[in-house]
Design a protein around this ligand. Sequence first.
Ligand code: GTP
Ligand code: SPV
Ligand code: MN
Length: 602
Amino acid sequence: MNLTKNVKLLAWVEAMTKLCKPDSVRWCDGSQTEADELCRLLVKGGTFIPLPKRPGSFLCRSNPADVARSEDRTFICCKEEINAGPTNKWADPVAMKKELLARFDGCMKGRTMFVIPFSMGPIGSPISHIGVELTDSPYVVVNMRIMTRMGQAVLDALGNGEFVPCLHSVGCPLAPGQKDVAWPCQADAANKYIVHFPEERSIWSFGSGYGGNALLGKKCFALRIASSMARDQGWLAEHMLILGLTNPQGEKIYVAAAFPSACGKTNLAMLQPSLPGWKAECVGDDIAWMKFGEDGRLYAINPEAGFFGVAPGTSMRTNPNAMKALEKNCIFTNVAQTPDGDVWWEDMTDEQPPHLTSWTNKPWAPGSNEKAAHPNARYTAPISQCPVADPAYNDPKGVPISAILFGGRRPATVPLVFEAFNWQYGTLLGSMQASETTAAATGMVGQLRHDPMAMLPFCGYNMGDYFAHWLKIGRTAKDQGKLPRIFFVNWFRKGHDGKFLWPGFGENCRVLKWIFERVKGTSKAVESAIGHLPMPGALDVTGLNLSHASLHELLHVDPKGWLADIESLKLQNAKFGDRFPKELTHELHELEKRLVNLEVTV
Ligand code: GTP
Ligand code: SPV
Ligand code: MN
């Protein structure tokens, strides 16, 4: 049953049904009854295990070959290769479409094709956009129901309007009578395709059931397709958390922060401040869409309705608000199971349980060579269950952003916090971002890589043009004074002993406090070669067990390290050729000059 008269949607669903040849087609209404029914089916098929201690929650183990985003198999298919740029994998759209048509032909045999209408952003908001995902995975349906606004209400809002078509298949047709496996997917990486056609604004994903590859509203739509829409329409689609920060006097600002995958967005977004009287509230933990308002300020919405968060490391000590959001109605993928039927992951508790079933469904005990949970194990949880959800997370207007933070995992070189001189230089800093790779994508972990604005895997077009777009946003702002201030942060600087110098998590509010006071014009800074650093004493470290030496090291500017970064950056930037904005070449040159001068004085 469907309740839409959208001609384009009906025609597309019919055409894709002919292509994929599912046994049946089911339009999702988004209701609880529907979700319950699908979860029962998933339990019956062995995909889901109910979690008695967490009402409405399930554990799920993926195929071990399908645990993270497949960046190597992610394609941007625009007509001209140059428009995908040197950081994306490009393929000719016609050739790719042919290849995909062959792959999708009959790929849903023996399965149901679900039609999922979803809204990225509050239904009806002028900043929101609608997509429709077709999938043969009920796991995708129940996750999309948490991650987006989904179902009949979206079809009603869509009317005869535009939507982004998103086609997804796990790529495992079933022969008559063939028994399904718990996690169908194409285990061979070469058979996975995460494909974007930015010019026709469509997404085709084949062979993977994993989050970022399969929940197409998220990275595929809200970042890759949306970034190219944003370029055309003068707004920003970014890999950023959004949080509200209130001081003890009750004044409030909103902050957005871009950190690469598994580098601390969720944790900062739900931060429990250690400083008395300060309050942090969460609008979003992964994606921000930002547009100028009538008043000249940049307003952000979170296009998502849930968290698809990294489980390992999440605990009552590090992120109590996430732990509370996980008490019910959640899906846990690739975590470990306790003997009494609950979930566990590394660092969830100080003591490891004596016996577990690992994410690979094997007996596990402390001291085992393998991790109990996969390092990229994830939970799916509704934002409405977060005890510190910001009252405005559903506001169609969005929230005005006062500060933008860039950051990443940098064991050396980058100080705890500093502020850019202005938007143009801040854009340079964003373009210089680098971070150690994490388990969020398949491949090496812990390798330092250049990841501009935390968007390396998510920018849907030439990143040189993306930098130019950032500059244009700054240049064309109605009121330069109302642009967000830009900061750089690094919780991950390590001392000589190889340990993190900064305690992180709830203590990050000390850095946010300095940023808040910079925005309000009340905190002191010293000018350095790289930007404004907290003046000695301006960073509130009262009550922290932090030595003078550690604090000094955290805020130290190391010209040698920076100059080495700049050398490797120049090689990266050269790849963009004339698409790399000359304003940034100029900013980089000025920075280099300041650093050379600093080096001769120290
Ligand atoms: P994606 O969902 O992949 O985009 O990641 P994210 O940026 O939301 O990362 P998340 O907040 O989930 O953090 C990932 C890992 O970094 C977790 O294991 C955290 O425990 C760890 N982490 C987060 N914040 C901090 C911090 O302030 N200090 C330290 N040392 N570790 C942190
Ligand atoms: C990330 O990898 O940045 C994530 C998880 O937020 S995924 O949805 O898989 O992209
Ligand atoms: Mn992310």
